[in-house]
Design a protein around this ligand. Structure first.
Ligand code: PAF
Length: 280
């Protein structure tokens, strides 16, 4: 039986533990999550092990990144299962703060990161990156981690966090984690649990359409229009975007673009599915 993972719920206990590790010369890594852990999260833990000696996994369903109509109340909360998975994989600490530990009474601050936060996810979820930025900045401050990892599945989020660290001189190094996929290519996500059997089949078609977009020889507007038509044909009920962008800034590619990224967000009813990959 693996040893049960230690759980800490307050900033002061967290600070004590991290100070002890740092005195012992350990490099501390953070994997920020909202719980409902799947193989994708566990692979982030595994990847970060080669960048840090001690791994903290935070589990906090962050209210400020949900709009009023979104799934904050129904978002899957599976603490016992999450901790069992983290124990098996050998993470060192689960940090599971209450809402008051992150947002104490009277909390009145916001954090807006510009640049890559413009457009794409922000068009559908204007509140989202401000909520992510404030909670991630707080988690960095609270844990004092030396390094943290974010999955490429939320590619725009990864770029926003990197921008925050650069613009605000946060002393932490950011590692990116590869997208982990199901056998049919569907990117793993806690929200995949919402899919019915029928919708799961439709969802499995997303990655093939993204792969064609990323490798298309057509001019970008034409390739994007084809991807959008293919998504509708495949059963997606709405397409938020199917686009090729500059991989570093998420602006439309131009002569200065060094690398391109294909990104798709498509919906089945009110479930939004995200995927992305490097483009030609
Ligand atoms: O990607 C997520 O799960 C969340 O946006 C994060 C980074 C844990 C912030 O709440």
């Amino acid at each position: 039986m693996p040893k049960s993972i230690a759980i800490i719920r307050t900033v002061s206990d967290l600070r004590d533990q991290v100070a002890t590790w740092k005195k012992q010369g350990y490099r501390v890594g953070l994997v920020p999550t909202m719980g409902a852990l799947h193989t994708g999260h566990l692979s982030l833990v595994e990847t970060l092990k080669s960048h840090a000696d001690k791994i903290i996994v935070s589990i906090f369903v962050n209210p400020t990144q949900f709009a009023a109509h979104e799934d904050l109340d129904t978002y899957p909360r599976t603490e016992a299962e999450d901790c069992a998975k983290l124990s098996r994989i050998g993470a060192d600490l689960a940090y599971i703060p209450s809402a008051a530990e992150i947002y104490p009474a009277g909390f009145a601050s916001t954090l807006h990161i510009g640049g890559p936060s413009h457009g794409l996810e922000s068009a559908a979820r204007p509140h989202f990156f401000d909520g992510v930025a404030i909670v991630v900045h707080k988690l960095f401050q609270q844990t004092q981690a030396d390094t943290a990892i974010f999955g490429e599945k939320d590619y725009q989020q990864l770029l926003v966090i990197k921008k925050m660290v650069r613009d605000l001189d946060v002393p932490i190094s950011i590692v990116s984690g590869a997208i982990i996929r199901e056998a049919d290519g569907l990117a793993m996500s806690s929200r995949n649990a919402y899919l019915t059997d029928e919708n799961r089949i439709i969802a499995g078609r997303l990655n093939g359409i993204l792969t064609r977009l990323a490798n298309s020889d057509l001019p970008a507007p034409q390739a994007e229009a084809e991807a959008e038509a293919a998504l509708r044909e495949a059963g997606f009920t709405a397409v938020d975007y199917a686009t090729i962008r500059d991989a570093e800034t998420l602006a439309l590619p131009d002569m200065t673009t060094k690398a391109r990224r294909a990104l798709i967000v498509a919906r089945i009813g009110d479930i939004r599915l995200l995927d992305n990959m490097p483009a030609k």
